[in-house]
Design a protein around this ligand. Structure first.
Ligand code: SAJ
Length: 462
């Protein structure tokens, strides 16, 4: 059926639309900045005043490549404004984008209170002809159920006929948000075809490729992407544990297996951290029964277990050196959840540090991108962190940790030092030749003892 022309289409083309983005974290703020850069007038709303203050000063409050420049040029032209004043929600806007957090509690139950609050604000200020887009990750069925009902009840307007309502999940990796928001194909699923069409036109002003679908398909797709990655990492982690027991190196195995044109195994590590992989997997897993066959949930359990395995390796290393955890000092390098970002949410380092503190081990931490120490004693450099320690655990593969001066580090440490390389960035042969005892996730216990070229690069497959 052909629909009458949507006036929103014209206002998108002419860049006449005024937008408000509710929730200015790395997703919301990057989105706000890029739409301002595309020519729209945009308000980036966030309760956290330090975020909106920074935006209005033309500065990025986040470590995102290129974001600072975009914020600066668009605040100068007043196309982008930050605001923490709830009254701004009552101003006349033509489109509202919701990018608030939707975390899960310890039982895996989604907490949609921030989303719910945002919907109430939207509902109270909604006018006919507006476009509402949810970006936050939501459980399957939320758009056609909770979101639609809530806005309709408060506004007394009907989704699809009176206003347009769509779901468009983000797919960008923290640190690369600007580039990935523009270049990664964008999925847009409306509550009906008119909503899909206009929301897709809107995203085409910023994104190179926009793919249209319906809201529920977009919801499942978003969760599937992160659950797939999480499951792949879990497989890699399980393989690493098998290899450790079998006396072979999982990195070699993965490298070889990945030469098969239809195999692509990710890298093992201390677990899958961050605010997305575990959470989204849990959201998806909750939609599945019988529970005991739940592959997605099991993947989470395997990844979660890896932190326990790291602590087991530390204890084994201490035992080999005839040292007691409660009288030892361990340095933890890296507290953020992944390479070269400052975000430490759900970081595997937290579980490792808390467990070691329970064993009354003295823990020092250093992270060039994060101030988080999870109860350990924070230091300002690798050298300060490892000084007088019995061993160090490399938890995050930051670039700064990939070319460490191991000989100098060894001099600063106690006798019989060890390395637990949870990211496989250190060359085991080099480490052993310097007198370290080396343990790596997925590394055969014999690996460090085999006679090989000490100048050989680290064998991390990625
Ligand atoms: N990790 C491994 N081995 C690997 C790759 C990653 O152990 O081979 C670990 C990382 O160190 C980290 C965790 O997994 O602890 C997650 O890191 P990540 O880079 O896989 O993902 P996130 O959580 O930063 O971002 C993901 C991305 N999703 C996918 O790649 C499918 C991103 O594109 C999404 O936008 C984001 O989730 C989100 O917000 O949903």
């Amino acid at each position: 059926m052909k629909h009458p022309h949507d006036p929103l289409s014209e206002s998108i083309k002419q860049r006449g639309m005024r937008l408000i983005v509710i929730g200015s974290g790395y997703v919301g703020l990057t989105t706000a900045a890029l739409f301002a850069d595309a020519g729209f007038r945009v308000v980036a709303f966030d309760k956290k005043i330090e975020i909106t203050k920074a935006v209005n000063a033309g500065v990025s409050p986040l470590l995102e490549d290129g974001l600072g420049d975009i914020i600066r040029r668009n605040t100068t032209t007043s196309r982008l404004k930050g605001s923490s004043d709830p009254d701004v929600l009552e101003d006349r806007h033509d489109a509202v984008l919701i990018a608030v957090q939707t975390p899960i509690d310890s039982s895996g139950k989604p907490d949609i209170s921030a989303l719910s609050g945002a919907l109430d604000d939207v509902g109270r200020n909604l006018r006919k002809g507006m476009l509402v887009i949810v970006i936050s990750t939501v459980p399957v069925g939320t758009m056609s159920g909770f979101v639609k009902k809530r806005i309709e009840t408060i506004s007394h307007l009907r989704a699809e006929s009176d206003f347009r309502l769509a779901y468009s999940p983000e797919r960008m990796s923290p640190g690369n948000a600007v580039r990935e928001l523009c270049d990664n194909p964008r999925i847009v699923g409306g509550i009906g075809p008119r909503s899909t069409k206009v929301a897709a036109e809107f995203f085409r002003t910023v994104c190179t490729t926009v793919i249209e679908t319906d809201a529920k398909t977009a919801e499942v797709t978003k969760l599937a992407e992160n659950a797939y990655r999480n499951t792949n990492i879990a497989f890699s982690n399980q393989l690493a544990l098998i290899c450790e027991r079998s006396g072979v190196d999982s990195n070699t195995v993965i490298k070889l297996a990945n030469t098969h044109p239809r195999v692509d195994i990710l890298s093992p590590g201390p677990g899958a951290g961050g605010p997305c992989l575990r959470k989204d997997s849990m959201m998806l897993a909750r939609s599945f029964k019988p529970r005991e066959l739940n592959l997605v949930k099991t993947a989470n359990d395997v990844n979660y277990y890896m932190a326990t395995h790291v602590v087991d390796l530390v204890q084994q290393a201490l035992g080999n050196a005839e040292k007691n955890p409660s009288r030892s000092r361990i340095a933890v390098l890296g507290t953020s959840y992944k390479r070269n970002v400052g975000d430490s949410r759900e970081s595997p380092a937290e579980r490792v540090i808390r467990r070691m503190l329970e064993l009354r081990t003295y823990i020092t931490t250093y992270d060039p991108h994060s101030r988080e120490s999870f109860g350990g004693s924070r230091r300002n450099s690798i050298e300060e962190c490892v000084k007088k320690s019995d061993g160090f655990v490399l938890m995050t593969d930051h670039s700064d940790f990939c070319n460490m001066q191991l000989a100098r580090i060894k001099e600063l440490m106690n006798a019989r030092p060890f390395i637990i390389d949870a990211r496989r960035v250190i060359n085991p042969h080099h480490a052993t030749s310097l007198g370290f005892e080396y343990f790596g996730i997925g590394a055969s216990p014999l690996l460090s003892k085999l006679a090989r070229n000490p100048n050989e690069e680290s064998v991390n497959p990625r």
